[in-house]
Design a protein around this ligand. Structure first.
Ligand SMILES: Cc1ncc(COP(=O)(O)O)c(C=O)c1O
Length: 365
């Protein structure tokens, strides 16, 4: 006799993150590789953040503020909502997980786009609920089909805006038409991890729809534009009822003290955010031009990465790796012909564009 791991857990395909630079360099004996694989910000965090972190190190003997009062109030003030409507997570991944854990279980359904962020499917399987994966329309969420897929068992529907790995957005008209069709007892989980990068005037800010849709949860993160991926901090904004219930479900100290201090400082540095946005704007233009010049089809999207059609995505990823460029193959998303490339600094983007022709030549198409 021994404890039996549940079948649904054995069936999980663990999320495979991008390889750390140190690991690649150790394996390949390289010293100057670039990592464009995890949609990170290529800049170090803001100087204000680093100073604040230094000042907080000596208090690491203390537990964090479990209620993260200062940060929660700062976020609430920024969005003009009551602090009772804000819930913090260990990355926005934790908010995604909490939403599913709270609302769905065996026998329930969670609706998502088939090319949506993989974590939705993983956490749905983990709680024993059924993921309803709705075919995408091209590289876009098919919101009409997603609304059609909502049935009596549906508890949550995920809208990734912009989506990862496609980078595409749902526009205001389509979003409003979708919301009008979602029953009010279904949670609409809007994942806006890349919110700050989007510059399209038709991009809807899901927060502004919450008054009319009590089941809407907006999820954002400090991992991307604020460059704090290593500290793990994301947040959700929802009704007081939902945010309070999610906070009840979380671990008491889910957000560490350095993350809290760093995020408070990050919210004070709009200049840094603008610089981070500019790096992405420049990377987007540079890669689009370079990929066009190579005659490669690409889905440029609105976030900090681009999908590129290369033939055999995993072979080209491997070939780029040998040249010190780490990108992400898209096999896990059933896009075996694509790689996803995060925009880096100008020098990093240049290194990718310079390595790509040789990497492609090495792999039969
Ligand atoms: C669409 C999307 N949502 C959520 C996340 C999770 O980010 P984090 O947990 O670092 O906040 C990511 C990370 O890549 C993402 O691409």
């Amino acid at each position: 006799m021994r404890p039996k791991v549940p079948e649904r857990i054995l069936a999980l395909q663990p999320y495979r993150p991008g390889k750390p630079i140190e690991e690649v360099e150790r394996e390949l004996g390289l010293t100057d590789s670039v990592k464009l694989a995890s949609n990170e910000n290529p800049l170090s965090p803001s100087r204000k953040v680093l100073d604040a972190l230094r000042g907080a190190l000596a208090q690491l003997n203390r537990y964090p503020d479990g209620g993260a009062v200062v940060l929660t109030e700062k976020l609430a003030a920024r969005f003009g909502v009551s602090p009772t409507r804000v819930v913090l997570g260990n990355g926005s991944n934790e908010i995604i997980e909490l939403v599913v854990r709270m609302f769905a279980g065996p026998g329930d359904e969670v609706v998502m786009s088939a090319d949506g962020f993989l974590v939705y499917d993983l956490v749905t399987q983990a709680v024993g609920a059924q993921a309803v994966r709705v075919a995408a329309a091209g590289f876009f969420h098919d919101l009409e089909a997603m609304a059609d897929a909502i049935g009596p068992r549906t508890r949550v529907v995920f809208v990734a805006n912009p989506n990862n790995p496609t980078g595409t957005i749902v526009k205001r008209g389509a979003f409003e038409a979708f919301l009008a069709r979602v029953p009010h007892d279904v949670v609409v989980a809007c994942d806006e991890a890349y919110f700050e990068y989007v510059e399209d005037p038709d991009y809807p800010d899901s927060l502004t729809y919450q008054d009319h849709h009590p089941g809407l949860v907006t999820m954002r993160t400090f991992s991307k534009i604020h460059a704090l991926a290593g500290l793990r901090l994301g947040y959700g904004v929802a009704s007081t009822e939902i945010a309070g219930a999610l906070a009840r479900l979380r671990q008491p100290f889910n957000v560490n003290s350095l993350a809290q201090v760093a995020a408070c400082a990050a919210l004070e540095d709009d200049e840094y955010v603008e610089a981070a946005r500019a790096i992405v704007r420049e990377g987007r233009a540079m890669l689009a031009l370079g990929l066009d010049a190579l005659g490669l089809r690409h889905i440029t999207g609105h976030a900090n990465f681009v999908l590129v059609e290369v033939g055999d995505g995993s072979a080209v990823t491997e070939s780029l790796l040998q040249r010190g460029v780490i990108v992400r193959p898209m096999g896990a998303y059933a896009m075996t012909t694509m790689i996803r490339v995060t925009y880096g600094t100008e020098a990093e983007n240049q290194k990718f564009l310079a390595a790509l022709p040789a990497a492609l030549a090495e792999v039969p198409r």
